[in-house]
Design a protein around this ligand. Structure first.
Ligand SMILES: [Zn+2]
Length: 570
């Protein structure tokens, strides 16, 4: 490709709208342009990277026997009612009416559509297992789209769905996808980690996330170096002490005045105790009614763990009126003693004694409270894990790193096949439900994640497998005929060797060309300069190295070939 003929609208200044590095660089390098909030156009350079990612995904999916299909973007309400998700999905599901007043939505995911397809077409165990996937546009009406294509509303996704005759088959399908994903992210050149994840909106029995490691990542990964345990923060379990819980002293407690002291920091400094000696009592509205959750004052409640513990669909902090109704006191003074609602406590509380709780009346707290002074439904792991906590699997200590979720695999079990009656006839002619799995990759997000993982002050540092070009052939002086001739010859020969090369044939100052090459993250630069040329030499430089090497001009093509091969090895 000739640079002069390509539509690459680069920008010198940092765009104001961009909050993260990948977004800033994708705008500056002319990869994407914003059309509306969370909706982007992919320009030629960005699209080249995107297509390379797609191809890697296709190859690895096909290797595992998955078959590509293409399902519609627009989906009918009826299917979503069958799975009961029409009401549950919330506002991210963009709904609308057609001219015949039929209600439709833009697909945020395709479990319903694919299950409908398979239940209509597959009758017998002989036709199973099957794994169908697509690479297609999705729409999720995010409340706050941000970070460019990292968290857009419209995005490209690879979604796959497996259907098996039994649990054993489903587990094999899951493992196959686990392996395929591992290969995909290795080939993309990522440093990544696989973590246990929550199943969330999709539902199902268990799941793993593939996280690209990047300091700027939105997700927090909790892991243990000693045993290899890793989970995302939502899901991460915590180990608790092995020691025996404290005996349940009773009746020692005493009311104290704490005028205007509501927050943990206020109460602890007012009473001169550490936040860890306090217990917070948080009141929630749930689909099981109003509940109280108890947690040590220096820790936070993990609402995902709470939802899973009680199988809640709905869980929200109670408003002040509800709090006054159930506790008798205002917000900030709730406590477990005398409360008539079900109380769920974090396990930390088992190991506390003589602690401080709210008094359930204005400006009153209780000191010297103990386990015997109230009744909880139980003590559970319901706190948010953090660095330094004990590992749930071994005596090791948990650490925390940041990542970007690029892939997510779910074992769905019978959730959708039961709801939508996707059945088959087994060997004995008996009707049974298909066992499902679903597997997603954020294709557009991968390009952004690669940039978050690889960049410096000059621009992107992209892995060769997904950079828009592998090589930039750059003649320093465009008016120097001999340089231009040699550059073009090298360019032609590299093309013949199937190297993805761009020839910077523009009548531009050298500085502009060098800057653009770095900005676009092209892994290898071949520089043809007048001075080197006098000695018959050409310079080769890797994007992420400071030094360059000089090689004889006759050897350039062979050396570049070797470099590219090495850079794409995984
Ligand atoms: Zn461990």
């Amino acid at each position: 490709m000739l640079f002069s003929k390509m539509f690459i609208p680069t920008v010198k200044e940092d765009p104001k709208e961009a909050e993260v590095i990948s977004h800033r660089l994708m705008l500056r390098a002319g990869f994407i342009r914003r059309l509306a909030s969370g909706i982007y156009t992919w320009l030629p350079l960005g699209l080249k990277s995107l297509r390379k990612v797609e191809n890697i995904i296709r190859e690895e999916m096909n290797k595992k026997g998955a078959q590509e299909i293409l399902m519609p973007f627009v989906q009918p309400k009826e299917l979503w009612e069958e799975s009961t998700r029409w009401d549950k999905y919330g506002k991210e599901l963009l709904r609308f009416f057609d001219r015949n007043n039929r209600e439709l939505c833009l697909g945020p995911t395709h479990e319903e559509v694919v299950t409908d397809l398979v239940r209509r077409e597959i009758r017998s165990y002989r036709e199973l297992p099957v794994n169908l996937y697509q690479i297609q546009t999705k729409f999720r009406d995010e409340i706050r789209p941000r970070f460019g294509v990292m968290r857009g509303r419209e995005f490209l996704m690879k979604d796959a769905y497996s259907f098996d005759v039994d649990e054993e088959g489903a587990e094999k399908s899951y493992r196959d996808m686990y392996d395929a994903y591992t290969n995909i992210f290795k080939r993309c050149g990522f440093r990544f980690r696989v973590v246990e994840a929550d199943t969330g909106q999709i539902g199902g029995s268990f799941s793993h996330e593939f996280m690209v490691l990047a300091d700027t990542g939105e997700d927090i990964i909790i892991s243990c170096d000693a045993c290899g345990y890793a989970a995302n923060l939502e899901r991460a379990e915590v180990g608790y002490p092995d020691t025996v819980p404290h005996s349940s002293k009773k009746g020692y407690f005493k009311k104290v005045d704490t005028p205007g002291q509501r927050r943990i920091d206020e109460v602890s400094s007012f009473l001169n105790v550490s936040p860890g000696e306090l217990i917070k009592t948080i009141i929630y509205n749930t689909d099981r009614g109003v509940i109280g959750v108890l947690i040590r004052g220096d820790r936070e409640i993990n609402e995902t763990k709470m939802r899973n513990l009680l199988s809640l669909d709905y869980m929200e902090l109670a408003d002040e009126t509800t709090i006054e109704d159930v506790t008798g006191g205002p917000l900030g003074f709730s406590g477990p003693i005398g409360l008539k609602i079900p109380l769920y406590a974090d396990r930390d509380i088992l190991y506390m004694e003589d602690f401080v709780v709210g008094g359930n009346e204005r400006d009153v707290h209780i000191i010297n409270a103990n386990l015997g002074d109230f009744t909880a439904e139980g003590f559970y792991d319901i706190k948010i894990a953090r660095e330094g906590d004990r590992c749930p699997r071994c005596p090791g200590t948990l650490t925390s790193t940041r990542g970007i979720e690029v892939g997510h695999i779910f074992k769905l079990g019978l959730k959708y096949s039961k709801a939508m009656k996707a059945t088959f006839l087994d060997k004995n002619g008996e009707e049974r439900y298909m066992v499902m799995g679903c597997y997603g990759i954020g294709v557009s997000r991968i390009v952004a994640a690669a940039i978050e993982q690889g960049n410096d002050e000059n621009g992107m540092i992209l892995p060769a497998a997904i950079a828009p070009f592998e090589v930039d052939v750059l003649p320093v002086n465009s008016s120097h005929a001999e340089s231009m001739e040699l550059a073009e010859a090298i360019y032609r020969q590299l093309l013949e060797k199937n190297i993805d090369v761009i020839f910077d044939d523009r009548q531009e100052r050298p500085g502009v060309k060098f800057k653009d090459c770095d900005l676009m993250g092209i892994p290898l630069r071949v520089t043809i300069g007048e001075r080197n040329l006098k000695e018959g030499l050409v310079e080769i430089k890797e994007r992420d190295k400071k030094e360059s090497i000089r090689v004889k001009k006759e050897e350039v093509v062979r050396r570049v070939e070797e470099y590219v091969e090495e850079l794409k090895r995984w």
